[in-house]
Design a protein around this ligand. Structure first.
Ligand SMILES: Cc1cc2nc3c(=O)[nH]c(=O)nc-3n(C[C@H](O)[C@H](O)[C@H](O)COP(=O)(O)OP(=O)(O)OC[C@H]3O[C@@H](n4cnc5c(N)ncnc54)[C@H](O)[C@@H]3O)c2cc1C
Length: 273
């Protein structure tokens, strides 16, 4: 049987999750409720959190913190988060975006997880609270490596530095159905420029591996280069290093490998999606 517990504080929810391996946090519920409605989830405890900190947006300064319960619609309503509007808008339709949370997106299985791809390019930290203790921040990349082993606990927030220039963050999602399609792949690129050259670029892919991944080979070839045709060609050649895309109902592995370098080059060239 399914039980629902309402928690007024993050600590209470984290304690419940730590003490019961059949307990599951419900964020917006766009994935959890699908499992309930379709009979895949029939037992355990669904944990709801009403702590205002869970839906807090602190986006006024250079360091941004977003509660894990912040929805895609809330991101879209924030002018200070304009650089994240493209990935937030890429998720589902308006009804899904009204419910879908940042925390849930961190757990969404491939080929979902488009917002997480943007967070990876921003080198976000994930704040995790296990039990009643205080939360600890861990790099998103480490979180994703550990995620599918389970037992993570409660994600309370994500933190990242505001890009110096909103246009430094670029995002592209390729889908067969527009505007609400599931990703064939997605790419986020944080491309700060210093003296006309790319400085510490961070590139992330969605649907090119079991979890969103960094494209370190591309980052290496772009470092210190002007974003010209030669650099883009080098990036294109390095694009597939580290990729392990799946064949699924959306696209084959072959197709994903074929189109990723093309779309990466277009993104770097600043072409409209
Ligand atoms: C029609 C439809 C279209 C969709 N389109 C897209 C899309 O285009 N792109 C995309 O990326 N996704 C898409 N999704 C998937 C999903 O809506 C999003 O990934 C969303 O962000 C998930 O968030 P949620 O709050 O609804 O997650 P939930 O369903 O609440 O939770 C999902 C999982 O994450 C866990 N979880 C959630 N929050 C936390 C937390 N704070 N701490 C610990 N565990 C947590 C839950 O226990 C559960 O295991 C779609 C879903 C539907 C139904």
């Amino acid at each position: 049987m399914l039980d629902v517990r309402h928690c007024a504080t993050l600590a209470e929810a984290a304690g419940l999750l730590a003490g019961d391996r059949h307990a599951l946090l419900i964020g917006g519920g766009t994935l959890v409720m699908r499992d309930v409605n379709e009979g895949r989830l029939t037992d355990g405890t669904l944990v709801r959190v009403s702590d205002p900190a869970f839906r807090q947006v602190n986006a006024g300064g250079a360091r941004i913190e977003l509660g894990a319960g912040v929805t895609m619609a809330m991101v879209l309503a924030s002018r200070e988060l304009g650089f994240l509007h493209a990935p937030a808008r890429s998720i589902g339709g308006p009804a899904v975006r009204n419910m879908a949370t940042i925390g849930g997106n961190l757990f969404a299985a491939c080929p979902y997880g488009d917002f997480t791809v943007a967070l990876l390019a921003l080198e976000a930290q994930v704040v995790v609270q296990s039990g009643y203790g205080s939360g600890r921040a861990m790099p998103l990349e480490d979180f994703l490596a550990a995620r599918d082993r389970g037992g993570i606990g409660l994600v309370t927030a994500v933190q990242f530095a505001r890009p110096q220039n909103p246009a430094d963050l670029r995002f592209r999602k390729v889908s067969r159905v527009k505007p609400k399609g599931i990703a064939v792949l997605s790419i986020a690129a944080h491309l700060p420029l210093a003296g006309g050259r790319v400085a510490q670029p961070r590139i992330a892919y969605g649907a090119m591996a079991p979890t969103p991944i960094r494209a370190r080979a591309v980052e290496r070839v772009l470092e210190g280069k002007p974003l010209d045709a030669a650099a883009i060609q080098a990036a294109r050649q390095a694009a597939l290093e580290g990729c392990r895309p799946a064949t699924d109902a959306i696209a084959s592995e072959w197709y994903r490998r074929e189109i990723l370098p093309v779309h990466l080059a277009r993104l770097l060239a600043g072409e409209a999606p």
